[in-house]
Design a protein around this ligand. Sequence first.
Ligand code: MG
Length: 442
Amino acid sequence: MARYFGTNGARGTIEEFPPSIAKKLARGTAKYLGGGKILVARDGRLTGALYHEAITSGLLEEGCHVIDLGQVTSPTAEFMIKKIKANGLIIITASHNPPEYNGMKVVDRDGIAISKERAEKIEELAEKITEPKKRGTMEKYENASEDHISEIMKNVDVEKIRRRKPKLVLDCGNGMASLITPQLFKRMGCEVVPINSHVDGNFPGRPSEPIEANVQDMLKLVREIKADAGIAWDGDADRVAFANERGEYVIGDKVFALSVLLKLKAENKKAKVVTTVATSLAIEDIAKKYGAEVVYTKIGAPYLCEEMIKGGTIGGEEVGGVIWPEISLAKEGIYTAAKIVEALCEKPLSQWIAELPDYKNIKEKIVADEKKKTEIVEKMREYAKKNNLDYIDKDGIRINYKDGWVIVRASGTENYVRIFAEAKTAERAKQLINEHRKIIGE
Ligand code: MG
């Protein structure tokens, strides 16, 4: 069997990743998770019903007890694992990808997303399936969003929000956030103005990824109606982006940095921040201020989860996915939004953001085949070693300097080597990129 699982589960168009393969992989997953109670959730994609049918059949053929959560956000589904004490979860979603994509993400009983490496075992087991001899059972559970809302409200200072009554533009992007966020923020006492807030797998309102270019309507509306903030989610609502009260876009790494600041401020024991090797130095600066340790992982949510379970206080990545262990080990776009709304009841979002350490990031890519990818990364490693530099080699090579860092990393799915640099000024970041392009011969 070809490999289907990547960093974020198995994903593709219906030709690249047909439901028949999803069914086989569901059977492999059932064996891998040890059967029993398995949750299934899906997003609102047009092919969702097809994959749902295939995946539940696969699980039933392995004798599982399938608990169907229906259409819910990924963070809702992942929160339910602990709540229902399930042996695992399959989410049918392609996150922020275009409408023609779909996929499956597997999460184990501890709430840890299955990495590409662990999924090899699932693919191996799927290879060996024979004619089914078992027949599982199935039930529907329709209260997941409600359970999730209650849990979030337990962990947020709702009274503080009710007193301030912030006005929020919620851009659900026609994704799963539509089913939970207008309700949640209304119930917490906010004045809510939702847009793109009906589920539609064609994503008619905007492309699903909440990058600045895609959320212009939200930014404009925040200015027009003088809202306190705008919030935009990706298709499955694990990622979140903001607009401040001036309608200015707040990028993902600022969302993560602010989340870390809020969490560490409220924490009174020794804290550990878990993040990937591509994350801003702002995180180091905030951690230092609160005496917390920073642990770096490879890039990808499963690696963050694997580290978080060893006692992480908060985790996240630079594109705006934040893990709060009080809720689950999932990237939690909804709870992140609630915590930031709680904070902006104290002072405007622009002020919170202005107080964060500020760094400039430059991201470039170099076209390279497999052989060249290895060569480039090795050149970077040799350089770091030879010059006795401080470097991290968990995923590519990141060299840390006093005033910034550079990372060279081979893409797992495309023919690129990515080179990122960060420093206090864009000029210095660009200089770091240019110097290291010379070192690796590019
Ligand atoms: Mg997502």
